[in-house]
Design a protein around this ligand. Structure first.
Ligand SMILES: Cc1cc2nc3c(=O)[nH]c(=O)nc-3n(C[C@H](O)[C@H](O)[C@H](O)COP(=O)(O)O)c2cc1C
Length: 384
């Protein structure tokens, strides 16, 4: 946005405005991995192309454009510590706003968009999560969801007094308990009395209470993480290096869901880059060039180790699927992924980001709608 506009938020959703959740239409869903920092990749060149991440008006303009073009959801990732000193110098992941704070203006500026905030289970007490989530459920009329992460960065856990993070499976066990408490605290008919191995909670939480459980998502990649997802989550973020991996992720989830006695598995949202330009050949040339701009930097090498650990991907730690080209080419690539690999959900990472970049996805969505693989959230009776 070039000028400062007064933000005129909509009021918290009226009860009748709330739409039920339903993904049984089998259509595609799209989200944006919200650009919370100057750059999501450790590249000075990319950073120079992006706006100031602390400009609230830019965030609001982007959210409104998401709403207008029919983006289904946005994911506000979060972490507490910078990736590296060198990364911070170019605005890589730092500075960036807290996911529990940035969600408020995004919800208030939009009508249909789902907003997911990352809240770390290890750094919050269950009653805090229950209260923040219940307040957001009220503010967004059911359009807010929780990205459940335990935390995996040692250099962040130390901020909270941890010498070492507990092992990942134990953290999922603790999060199972946390969810039991949160669900109980949302039941106004009773006091919560919980004594677990990791958490304790006794008493009653004051309202408001969500009328429907807010959307729960997670990105469990380990066996234990996927079992957790199957038990509790509506969506799973998957981060394979190739789209062709999606059917095996889906089969694994279906098997785990059956083992857990659940009727259905979480829907998969795959992380992928997106880059659209109108002139043929332009998007691919620029995208490839930008992707080659960080491998040899110190910040790039540090991040490569960090993201490789997160994705359990040593061979190609920074390789993500991508949808790159003209609007028609990107729509064709998405339709092919849907038809050939059963890909129904994508969470787009946008290396170059701004309101104008999000607007470039509008024509892509129109083409997908014409091909009958997606519906604008405004035009359906259900959310998410
Ligand atoms: C799309 C996506 C988003 C994630 N967002 C965050 C985040 O914002 N903060 C965080 O600490 N971890 C985040 N993670 C890491 C996951 O919570 C998780 O630790 C990781 O996928 C490894 O899974 P595991 O815990 O089963 O080993 C994210 C992972 C993916 C794939």
């Amino acid at each position: 946005m070039t000028q400062t506009e007064t933000v005129s938020p909509i009021s918290p959703a009226a009860p009748g405005q709330r739409k039920p959740r339903d993904w049984s239409d089998g259509k595609m869903r799209f989200g944006v991995f919200w650009p919370g920092a100057r750059t999501q990749l450790p590249s000075q060149r990319i950073a120079d192309m992006n706006p100031d991440p602390l400009d609230l008006n830019e965030h609001i303009a982007m959210a409104r454009t998401c709403d207008r073009i029919g983006m289904d959801l946005v994911l506000i990732g979060d972490g507490y510590a910078p990736s590296s000193e060198e990364g911070s110098k170019i605005g890589f992941q730092d500075p960036g706003l807290h996911a529990a704070i940035l969600a408020a203006p995004l919800l208030m500026a939009t009508e249909h968009l789902g907003v997911l905030s990352t809240l770390h289970t290890t750094y919050f007490a269950p009653a805090q999560i229950a209260r923040i989530a219940a307040n957001y459920d009220w503010l967004g009329g059911g359009r807010w969801g929780w990205n459940i992460v335990n935390g995996y960065r040692d250099y962040e856990a130390s901020l909270f007094g941890y010498a070492d993070l507990p092992n990942s499976a134990d953290m999922y066990d603790a999060t199972d308990e946390m969810i039991e408490i949160v669900m109980s605290l949302w039941d106004p008919s009773k006091r919560t009395e919980f004594e677990g191995k990791y958490h304790r909670a006794h008493g009653k939480l004051k309202g408001p209470y969500p009328s429907e459980r807010p959307v729960f998502v997670c990105a469990g990649a380990s066996d234990r993480g996927k079992r957790f997802a199957v038990q509790h989550c509506d969506y799973l973020f998957a981060s394979p290096t190739e789209i062709s991996a999606i059917p095996s992720v889906a089969a694994d989830l279906a098997e785990k869901a059956a083992d857990a006695g659940r009727d259905s598995a979480p829907e998969i949202l795959m992380v992928a880059d997106v880059f659209v330009r109108d002139a043929p050949g332009e998007a691919r040339a620029l995208f490839d060039d930008l992707m080659n701009s960080f491998a040899e930097t110190g910040a790039g090498k540090t991040w490569s180790t960090q993201i490789g650990k997160l994705r359990a991907e040593k061979k190609n730690p920074v390789k993500f699927p991508n949808f790159v080209g003209t609007p028609q080419e990107v729509a064709d690539q998405l339709i092919a992924a849907y038809r050939d690999h059963g890909l129904k959900g994508v969470i787009f990472r946008m290396p170059v980001w701004s309101e104008a970049e999000i607007a470039r996805l509008g024509p892509v969505f129109d083409l997908l709608e014409a091909a009958d693989v997606r519906v604008h959230p405004r035009d359906r009776a259900h959310s998410w």
